[in-house]
Design a protein around this ligand. Sequence first.
Ligand SMILES: [Zn+2]
Length: 117
Amino acid sequence: MANPYHHSLSSVKKWGGVASDYQAIHYWFDESKMMMADFRHRALRHHAEGIFMCERIFGKTIRLSTNGKHIPTRWVGEQHILEDLGRIPSMQDWFKHIMPEKWMGQTKKLDAELELV
Ligand SMILES: [Zn+2]
């Protein structure tokens, strides 16, 4: 698996700047490794919705420290996911592989609902 630092070096090759201009974004995509240490961590942010979430967090563009050039944040997110997966999946592409368990669909009456009966 590519390290976020190496994704950052790849960004430098594409758009210029230095690795630290991109590292916060690439580390954010892979932070989910702290919850699941294998490739399954990618289900959390490595999809189209994750790219838009990244944009909301880091802004529409990042500014390169070397020349002040603005780079669309979504480009960086797309690059990260394409380098990891070879395509940009939707969240549905990940969800359809979840094996349903009974506890996932449980619904219980809330205390507030019971008081109305
Ligand atoms: Zn990744």
